[in-house]
Design a protein around this ligand. Structure first.
Ligand code: 1PX
Length: 215
C-alpha cells in the first residue's frame, strides 16, 4: 500500500473536500476546510522546496486549528460559525492588539481565509489562461490583488521571488494530475464557484462580527 503522503496530488480530491465544507444551512465545517488546505499544501510541496516557507506557515495554521478541533472543547469548533460564536462569547480573541490569545481560532482562520481569496483569483486566471500564459505572472497578480495587502514587505518580496520558480503552464497542469488541459479547465470551472462560496460565507461572517482586521 502507498503511504498517504506518497500519493500524488489530484485537484479533484481537493475540490471534493471543499464541496464537503458547506452544511445544508450554509455553515462551513472546519474539519473539511482544514482538510482542503492540507491537500493544497501537499500540492505546493510537490512543486519544490522553494515554497517551503509558504507551506510551513500554512501547516502551522492548520495545526493550530486541528488542535482546537481535537481539544476538549472541540464540539465548539465544528463549524466556523460555531467557532466565532464560542470564541467571542468566551472572550478568547484578541480583538485589537495581540495579548493573551495570539493564536485564537478566529485570527488563525482569518489568515487562511485571506489566502483562499488568493486561490480563487489564481484559479480563475488559470481557467481563463491560454497556452502561452505564464503561471508566475498569474500567481503574482492574484497575490498582489489579495494576500499581499496583509503582508509585510519582506514576505511580499520573498513571495514574489518564489513565484518565478513556478513551473510553466503545461508542467503545472501536469502536476495537478487531473488529465488533459480540457479536463483541467472543466475541473476549475467546477471548483472555483465552490471555493468562492466558502470564501463569501466566511467573509460575511467575519464582517458581521468585525473580525476582518484581527491582529
Ligand atoms: C491548483 C493550484 C493550487 C495551488 C495551491 C497552493 C497552496 C498555497 C497555500 C498557501 C497558504 C498560504 C497561507 C499564508 C497565511 C499567511 O498569510 N501568513 C502570514 C501572516 O501570518 P501571521 O501569523 O504572521 O499573521 C505569514 O506572514 C506568511 C508567511 C509565509 C508567506 C506567505 C506567502 C503566500 C503566498 C501565497 C501564494 C502561494 C503560491 C503557491 C503557488 C502555486
Amino acid at each position: 500500500p502507498v503511504a498517504a503522503e506518497d500519493q500524488k496530488f489530484c485537484l479533484k480530491e481537493v475540490l471534493d473536500t471543499f464541496k464537503l465544507c458547506l452544511s445544508e444551512n450554509k455553515e462551513v465545517y472546519l474539519e473539511h476546510y482544514v482538510a482542503g488546505w492540507r491537500g493544497l499544501v501537499r500540492f505546493l510541496n510537490s512543486l519544490g522546496s522553494v515554497f517551503g516557507f509558504i507551506s510551513k506557515d500554512a501547516v502551522k495554521k492548520i495545526q493550530i486549528l486541528v488542535a482546537f478541533l481535537n481539544d476538549e472543547n472541540g464540539s465548539q469548533y465544528v463549524t466556523i460559525q460555531s467557532m466565532v460564536k464560542y470564541e467571542l462569547e468566551n472572550e478568547l480573541v484578541d480583538l485589537t492588539k495581540c495579548g493573551k490569545y495570539p493564536e485564537s481560532g478566529c485570527r488563525t482562520l482569518l489568515r487562511l481565509h485571506r489566502a483562499l481569496r488568493w486561490l480563487e483569483l489564481f484559479l480563475e486566471r488559470l481557467r481563463t489562461s491560454t497556452e502561452d500564459s505564464k503561471t508566475s505572472v498569474m500567481c503574482a497578480e492574484a497575490y498582489n490583488e489579495s494576500l499581499a495587502q496583509h503582508h509585510i514587505w519582506m514576505i511580499r518580496k520573498a513571495a514574489n521571488l518564489s513565484f518565478c520558480m513556478l513551473p510553466g503552464r503545461p508542467a503545472f497542469f501536469e502536476v495537478m494530475n487531473v488529465g488533459p488541459p480540457e479536463q483541467v479547465l472543466a475541473m476549475l470551472g467546477e471548483a472555483i464557484p465552490l471555493i468562492s462560496e466558502v470564501y463569501q460565507i466566511t467573509e460575511a461572517l467575519y464582517a458581521q462580527h468585525n473580525l476582518l482586521d484581527l491582529p
